[in-house]
Design a protein around this ligand. Structure first.
Ligand SMILES: Nc1nc2c(ncn2[C@@H]2O[C@H](COP(=O)(O)OP(=O)(O)OP(=O)(O)O)[C@@H](O)[C@H]2O)c(=O)[nH]1
Length: 414
């Protein structure tokens, strides 16, 4: 499959170059520049696939926006970049299909143009869930606008349907539209329920409300909605608010991910592992359910580093983390530090779990030479006793060290 490209169309060559430079700093997609409609036609005649086009409204050989029409006819997501105000209301239907408009009036406009091109390229992976009773005119207007900006849109008529879907996946944002035709108390309850599982940064919500019901929108913001926009919204206002709410949430989630994961292996880091394990431990105790802890540590790992180099040592740690995650995919897997890992979860059958540990041990013993070019083994301790979580970990740690003292490459139960 041929790779698609970003296309910048502007007769001001210096501006086009600056845009290309800024875009290339943030994307690996190829970027082409055309300075006229004729050049654009020649480029598209090659069959090249355009991801997003940023197009100057007026070009010497296309003084009345003909290039924009041409791009829209070809169904290319198009952002208009213009020195004069571009009013879709005064343009024909075709022009209303532009994905966004950027006024060419300051250096900040260049940054915004680049950022909207990047968003349009990423939006097909972003899910927008629209809660709407489907009784208002705004619903279809919002859906059309979201499609123009290439978001993945799903509509739901009832809050319960969203809650059901939320147990399977998380969207980038939830839009609540026409809350007055939905049952207000149901919507408040829905917002409260969503916020029990996701905070405002993890799952943003926006509400579209008419001026007469503005107090209802404000109340919903107090209940956990991030932002609202009036039913008399313009496309520009809607797009900029939507983009900001989604991108703020994505930045937060990226930071959250970094703070919770081990940088080398991407499994849970020690701090976050303990945080989750403690919550799970309390929950299991409340339900009178047994738990287990596994501690696993590579044998004589110092030798791997000393004989094969630190880089090979890192590869060994990453390989072990991958194996732990695939053998214990239903449980919490964390890196404790160095080459020591831990698994925590609800115990259903200790014999089966011990078997899984054995499988992991033999996989490491039998595959590392071939896969990594360095042979090593693994010692493990499995424990399901302890009145506190730290006691449980300490018991599993003792079991691990009994494995080490008994000659390594084995599992000890306690
Ligand atoms: N490559 C690499 N090495 C690490 C990392 N973290 C810790 N180490 C090394 O891991 C080694 C741990 O060695 P020890 O704790 O002495 O234990 P060991 O050699 O595995 O011996 P036993 O556990 O007794 O079988 C040390 O050499 C550390 O430098 C890491 O992130 N990458």
């Amino acid at each position: 499959m041929t790779q698609s490209i970003f296309l910048i169309i502007d007769d001001q060559k210096s501006i086009a170059q600056v845009l290309k430079q800024k875009l290339s700093e943030q994307s690996h997609l190829p970027i082409k520049i055309c300075n006229s409609l004729a050049e654009t036609e020649m480029l598209l005649a090659t069959g090249i696939k355009i991801e997003v086009a940023l197009c100057d409204q007026n070009l010497p050989d296309a003084p009345r926006g003909e290039t924009i029409h041409y791009l829209l006819q070809k169904h290319i997501p198009t952002v208009v970049f213009s020195a004069s105000f571009y009013d879709p209301k005064n343009s024909d239907n075709q022009s209303k299909k532009i994905a966004d408009f950027v006024m060419k009036d300051s250096p900040a406009a260049l940054d915004y143009a680049v950022s909207i091109m990047l968003s349009l390229s990423q939006n097909p992976q972003r899910k927008v869930w629209l809660l709407s009773s489907n009784q208002s005119n705004y619903s279809q207007k919002l859906i059309n606008m979201l499609n123009l900006q290439r978001y993945q849109v799903s509509t739901f008529e009832k809050p319960q349907k969203i809650q059901e879907q939320l147990s399977k996946e998380r969207p980038s944002i939830i839009l609540i539209e026409d809350s007055n035709n939905l049952h207000q108390s149901e919507v408040y309850h829905f917002i409260e329920e969503v916020r029990k599982d996701y905070n405002k940064n993890q799952l943003p919500m926006m509400i579209c409300e008419s001026s007469e019901h503005i107090y209802s929108a404000i109340k919903m913001m107090k209940y956990g909605v991030n932002d609202f926009f009036n039913t008399s919204f313009t496309a520009e206002e809607f797009y900029v608010r939507l983009k900001q709410n989604i991108e703020l949430s994505l930045s937060y989630q990226a930071i959250e991910h970094i703070s919770q994961r081990d940088g080398l292996t991407q499994v849970l880091n020690r701090r976050y592992f303990f945080e989750l394990a403690e919550k799970k431990f309390t929950q299991l105790q409340r339900n009178d359910t047994q738990f287990f802890v596994i501690m696993a540590d590579i044998d004589h790992f110092k030798n791997v580093n000393d004989n094969h180099g630190h880089h090979k040592g890192d590869e060994a740690i990453i390989y072990l983390a991958e194996q732990l995650e695939s053998h214990f995919s239903d449980y919490l897997v964390g890196r404790f530090g160095g080459e020591e890992f831990c698994v925590f979860g609800a115990l259903s059958n200790q014999a089966v779990l011990a078997q899984q540990c054995e499988q992991l041990r033999t996989t490491i013993e039998q595959t590392t030479q071939e896969r990594l070019g360095v042979h090593f083994t693994l010692s493990l301790g499995l424990c399901s006793t302890g009145t506190t979580i730290s006691e449980a970990f300490s018991n599993a740690d003792s079991a691990l060290y009994r494995s080490k003292n008994a000659g390594r490459n084995q599992l000890t139960l306690c």
